[in-house]
Write a protein that binds this ligand. Structure first.
Ligand SMILES: [Zn+2]
Length: 188
């Protein structure tokens, strides 16, 4: 329960404190896992409710044919908060056949993060094009809209040319996310 309260407080505190992120060094433990991993994005889902990665980035077989999965699927119960992995500006809010309700956030380095299968139209939550969102700011709720077999967040990372990249190389794990936030003195 205490952790839950801290997380809720954190979400409330962050809008005033997001500048601190730039001064936070990456946790040392991150370099051990994989040398090419360079996390700069926080985990984009309420870490208390995150269950598992159900599908990674890369080529996968679908009904006999191959397709490139241009993101990572993160499973959590419907209604869980989906949060901005880093501060930025909302570049797109819309609905697409495969993605369902989605939000795209553009960051300072011109890379974009995309949040798909959201439960409801994000505009109903006040998330509109041009809106500034702080890191960990809520951009939607986990849902199953579009091509989806159950509640999860499809999270994509696009570089400054619009090419999809493997999000797991850029994401802090849930544990690292909490540790980094503690380093910023946003949680105890
Ligand atoms: Zn997916």
């Amino acid at each position: 329960m205490r952790a839950a309260l801290l997380f809720a407080l954190l979400v409330l505190l962050l809008p005033q404190r997001q500048g601190a992120l730039a001064r936070t060094p990456a946790p040392k433990s991150a370099s051990k896992a994989a040398a090419h991993r360079k996390p700069w994005l926080f985990f984009p889902i309420d870490v208390r409710r995150f269950d598992r990665v159900s599908s990674k980035y890369g080529v996968r077989r679908m009904k006999g044919h191959k397709e490139l999965h241009r993101g990572v699927d993160l499973v959590a119960p419907a209604g869980s908060w989906v949060v901005a992995a880093r501060e930025g500006r909302v570049a797109e809010v819309g609905h697409a056949r495969a993605c369902g309700w989605y939000v795209t956030v553009e960051h300072a380095n011109a890379w974009r993060t995309v949040y798909c299968h959201l439960r409801v139209d994000p505009k109903r939550m006040g998330v509109t094009k041009g809106l500034y969102v702080p890191v960990m700011g809520v951009v939607g709720e986990v849902g199953s809209t579009g091509h989806s077999t159950g509640p999860h967040l499809h999270f994509s990372l696009l570089d400054d040319r619009g090419e999809a990249r493997d999000p797991l190389l850029a994401l802090y794990t849930p544990a690292e996310t909490l540790r980094a936030l503690r380093g910023m003195r946003l949680v105890q």
